[in-house]
Design a protein around this ligand. Sequence first.
Ligand SMILES: Nc1ncnc2c1ncn2[C@@H]1O[C@H](COP(=O)(O)OP(=O)(O)O)[C@@H](O)[C@H]1O
Ligand SMILES: [Mg+2]
Length: 248
Amino acid sequence: MAEPLLAVRGVKTYYGSIMALKGVDLAVHEGEIVTLIGANGAGKSTLMMTICGNPRAREGRIVFDGRDITALPTHEIARLRIAQSPEGRRIFGRMTVLENLQMGMVAAGRDADPAELDRVLAFFPRLAERIGQRGGTLSGGEQQMLAIARALMSRPRLLLLDEPSLGLAPLIAQAIFDIVRELNRSRGLTVFLVEQNAFHALKLAHRAYVMVNGTITMTGSGRELLERPEVKAAYLEGGRREAATTGH
Ligand SMILES: Nc1ncnc2c1ncn2[C@@H]1O[C@H](COP(=O)(O)OP(=O)(O)O)[C@@H](O)[C@H]1O
Ligand SMILES: [Mg+2]
């Protein structure tokens, strides 16, 4: 198989003296959707942030497109076109949708490109309709769309998505996952998706990893993991029940 676009090898990340990632190995190939599932506190966000260089891996290596990025400053990592939609969205509430999207290009060190704006908005008609509205006045689902769209403005080679479905009604979460699938299908976008919502993430992903307490404990295709009894017991049955009771 070709070299992965992203390779994480033996990565250990600490908060002070506490080891949050205990030697993580994981790979994402060009054109794949790879998901990382795991319970709250497993270390999923820490891994995503470590890939972006903050916090830094204290041991191990992170290689992107053949280049060791383990020690690169975060702004240089962003310039390699690794874009992140962080947990909790972190859009700019007082800026308009348009200004938020423009910030996505600034972060990657690129000049605003009106053609790219149109290409991104084609995937998000709801944002196109709200282009002059302030970010803070959008619904949760729209804010999540904005966070993803903002990340896309840098034309990322790798899109990192941290819990895009968090706090969203099931139908809205489904709409977000459908957009991610479509971006991958039509643009070949490579996606690394971190999710507690294992059912949807595993259905969407080509390949998946399970993280427990800072360690990868299982890997396989999304479909394989969906069918494993230990995955069902730990991550799916509760999630389905929750989806059933909060759905409308
Ligand atoms: N800024 C921080 N300072 C200290 N500990 C942290 C910090 N962020 C996360 N942690 C701890 O690291 C572990 C992994 O957290 P996190 O990566 O956020 O997990 P997940 O995203 O899987 O819910 C947890 O035990 C959490 O309490
Ligand atoms: Mg998290």
